[in-house]
Write a protein of this length. Structure first.
Length: 478
């Protein structure tokens, strides 16, 4: 096996097949097939060890077991070749390596060592966790923990049934069939003592002790899971939310550090006073806050914000603002994160054309999709960070100005106000002087009804429905 691995490794290095082989091993169909083979291999091992050694079916079982083991050897070899860290590889797959030992000729004569094949079953939870998200309606909160307990229960019974027959069938008349071994494992597991008879061999006694030990372990896990679930259920009963009661509220899709900053700015600006902000995100538990007082302003909805049902439950049809953050959780790439942002933004606009939608993108190339979907505004976060860094480098100390203007927590901020009828037809300069003298504010731009901005215009005549952008210490009225 070492020589073959060396030759394959040199071949892969020569032709650079490693990326293709790695993608092949990551295909869902490949991993699901391996999971099915693991289940078949475990069942075949139980059958093989439960039938007599002179049975005509034993040869067929041996051949099938060897075929399965060879497939596992090939799979483990491929994973070894593409593993960037060999130490991590052995830490992850050492049980699987032990499970292929019965293939070697030196171990074939020891029938009890065939029990090592049962170690393959420990890989099933990995596949379950990896592809469990495909079944969102099955994997509800608490179900996974119960399945782990049931899995340990079944594994203990299977191991005890086969192992007791291996050690006791030749010299103990109480263990001569698969049925007797099965009931021994079941009774011993639930009663906490060897029933209906005690094993006579050393190996059989060790198996009995193992089954009794698993009785304590599984019972402790089960009671702990039930207790945690009941406490969590009681706690959540106090948090029942009437989603239909929200209107003119803000919805934030996704959760990261920026979301907490947004909530803090809304609080500082006096927005959504008395109306909580609804956050739609996928997380197991509510996140911790840098500022604990912000939690009272938020209602969490655990769901995928790209779903129509999630947006409708959060009241998108009655919402005033919808902010969509870049979601790179669960190992999503930049492209996947932007695709989810675009999907959520377009869905929100379709469900409620009157909602003001603001989205965060990572790549400006996808901004055209938001423009075509009439999304009100979007920012390219990494690009904006680059602009700020460039300005800080070119104009020393300028970040202090930006830091004050971009937060409502201190100093001066940007405000958007509507022009009054008395100023329609007058010039930008006239209102600039008036605002500075009477409100100690600075007029910097005009927002026209069609969405166009005039920033620091040389000459501009105000029109009806124009909006003003000013810098002031507080919100002003003309």
């Amino acid at each position: 096996m070492t020589n073959s691995n060396s030759s394959l490794l040199s071949l892969l290095k020569k032709h650079n097949y490693q990326p293709y082989l790695q993608r092949f091993l990551q295909l869902p169909i490949v991993n699901i097939t391996i999971g099915i083979i693991i289940i078949l291999s475990v069942i075949l091992t139980i059958v093989e060890l439960s039938i007599p050694e002179k049975s005509p079916y034993l040869l067929i079982c041996n051949i099938l077991s060897q075929i399965f083991t060879i497939l596992f050897v090939i799979e483990l070899s491929f994973r070894f070749l593409v593993a960037p860290n060999k130490k991590a590889y052995f830490q992850e797959y050492w049980l699987d390596i032990l499970a292929i030992l019965p293939l070697l000729r030196v171990f074939r004569t020891i029938r009890a060592l065939r029990l090592l094949r049962l170690l393959r079953i420990f890989r099933l939870p990995v596949f379950f966790n990896r592809y469990g998200s495909t079944f969102p309606y099955i994997l509800q909160r608490g179900i996974k923990e119960y399945l782990i307990v049931i899995g340990l229960l079944l594994l203990t019974i299977m191991f005890g049934t086969v192992a007791i027959l291996v050690f006791e069938s030749s010299n103990n008349p109480n263990f001569t069939s698969l049925e007797e071994g099965f009931w021994f494992s079941v009774y011993s597991l639930f009663a906490g003592e060897p029933i209906p008879a005690q094993p006579s061999s050393l190996g059989g006694k060790i198996v009995g002790v193992f089954v009794i030990f698993m009785n304590v372990t599984i019972f402790a896990m089960f009671t702990g899971t039930v207790s945690a679930f009941m406490v969590d259920k009681i706690r959540r009963e106090d948090d029942i939310v009437d989603w239909e009661s929200f209107s003119n509220h803000t919805i934030i899709c996704g959760w990261n550090r920026k979301a907490e900053i947004i909530v803090r700015e809304f609080k500082a600006a006096g927005k959504s006073e008395g109306i909580p902000i609804i956050v739609i995100a996928e997380f197991d538990d509510e996140p911790n806050f840098m500022a604990p007082d912000l939690k009272s302003r938020i209602q969490f909805l655990k769901d995928d914000f790209t779903k129509v049902t999630a947006l409708e439950k959060a009241g998108i049809r009655r919402a005033e603002t919808c902010i969509i953050l870049c979601d790179k959780t669960h190992g999503r790439s930049d492209q996947d994160a932007d695709a989810r942002t675009i999907l959520a933004a377009l869905t929100a606009e379709k469900l409620n054309p009157n909602v003001y939608t603001c989205a965060e993108l990572l790549n400006r190339e996808y901004g055209s999709h938001l423009d075509m979907g009439h999304v009100n505004d979007y920012i390219v976060s990494q690009e904006q960070s680059g602009f700020l860094l460039a300005q800080a480098a070119l104009n020393k100390g300028l970040m202090g100005v930006f830091s004050e203007l971009l937060t409502y927590e201190r100093g001066n901020q940007f405000y958007r106000i509507t022009i009054t009828a008395e100023w329609v037809g007058k010039t930008f300069l006239d209102l600039f002087i008036y605002i500075k003298q009477n409100h100690n504010a600075i007029l910097i731009a005009v927002s026209q009804p069609q969405g166009k901005f005039e920033i620091n215009p040389q000459r501009y005549i105000f029109q009806d429905k124009d909006n003003l952008i000013v810098i002031a210490a507080k919100e002003i009225k003309l």
